[in-house]
Design a protein around this ligand. Structure first.
Ligand SMILES: [Zn+2]
Ligand SMILES: [Zn+2]
Length: 330
């Protein structure tokens, strides 16, 4: 399989994004990037390196709905008439109709209440979303796909792999090639930092448990390489998945420590202890991640959710050990 990575600048969120081009003729484009002039130019230049133009792209696969991955899809579709595939769980947000985006925004306010987010920070977040509206790009006519669906790229038969957690409909493309089993996984597994859960898509129920399940799935599939949405390919995906599980175990311990010290606490307080003062999208991601941990620990009776906030339950330490996968690395 001919795999070309096109690195795209992303100053709107963090880090550069990777678009991937699978095949030299009739290529599949994965995650065209954020809808800014700079990124559009870089994508055009990246395609031109392979003698391609926007109008030559007939198939686009989106790993998830986030603007830094999906932003330019609508515009490309207008130019080329490309079929744009996304997992059915993220399709409504990729499409950007009222059913998707407005419903998502409406989910935020009750959560800000539950998390204890201060009014000034809510305003900051609303302003951030308004200012970033343009980078989401244009509406998309989405072809929804589901886990296990066949997907052929560059003549190689592959499948769609649903890997939820970071978003509800995050999906990768899974192929068996000469170098082994590979996955184009978007933000499911990243080499440097851990993908946000809880704030990155507030629709995901039990985000930590969902993501831990996904990491278990990833580790069990024997991928030789994962091509992520940011930074360089991951050549030991199972080990990286184990590292991220470890990270969440450490984080859960820290969350329990904060609750012990400050109880009763809300997600905002825990977020401030873990991450300090936050700006931009992190105003959502920080308490979202804290909340993902708090609700997970409450489900496992490590914590109790009371009217005034989370408090520790009896035998919290012992229960914490059972609430996450064991420390043994594969
Ligand atoms: Zn993302
Ligand atoms: Zn991303």
């Amino acid at each position: 399989m001919h795999i070309h990575r096109i690195s795209l600048q992303n100053t709107e969120f963090e880090g550069n994004n990777n678009a991937y081009l699978l095949g030299d003729t009739d290529p599949v484009l994965i995650d065209p990037g954020v809808a800014t002039d700079a990124t559009r130019e870089q994508l055009a230049a990246g395609l031109a390196d392979h003698d391609l133009e926007f109008r030559d792209v007939d198939r686009i696969f989106l790993t998830h709905w986030h603007a830094d991955h999906a932003g330019l899809a609508g515009e490309l579709q207008e130019i080329s008439g490309a079929e744009v595939y996304a997992h059915e769980g993220d399709a409504s947000l990729v499409a950007q109709g009222a059913a998707g985006w407005e419903a998502q925004v409406a989910r935020h306010d009750p959560l800000y209440d539950a998390w204890g987010m201060p009014a000034a920070k809510r305003t900051e977040l609303r302003t951030f979303f308004e200012e970033h509206r343009r980078v989401r790009g244009r509406p998309v006519d989405v072809t929804p796909v589901a886990d296990g669906d066949a997907f052929v790229a560059d003549g190689v038969a592959g499948t769609v792999a649903h890997l939820p957690g970071h978003t509800a409909g995050l999906a990768g493309l899974d192929f068996e090639v000469a170098e082994g089993r590979i996955l184009f996984g978007g933000d499911v597994l990243l080499p440097k930092y851990t993908p946000n859960i809880g704030g990155a898509d507030v629709r995901v129920e039990a985000p930590l448990a969902t993501y831990l399940d996904t990491l278990r799935t990833l580790a069990s599939r024997g991928y030789g390489r994962v091509y992520p949405g940011h930074r360089d390919p991951i050549s030991a995906p199972a080990a990286r998945a184990a590292e991220i599980v470890e990270h969440h175990r450490d984080r859960a311990e820290r969350v329990l420590g904060v609750v012990r010290e400050k109880q009763p606490v809300d997600a905002w307080t825990v977020s401030a202890e873990l991450f300090g003062e936050l700006e931009g999208i992190h105003v959502l991601h920080g308490p979202g991640e804290a909340s993902a941990h708090l609700t997970h620990l409450a489900r496992h009776a490590v914590l109790e959710a009371t009217e005034s906030g989370y408090v520790t339950a009896e035998d919290a330490e012992a229960k914490l050990a059972n609430s996450l996968p064991s420390r043994t690395r594969p």
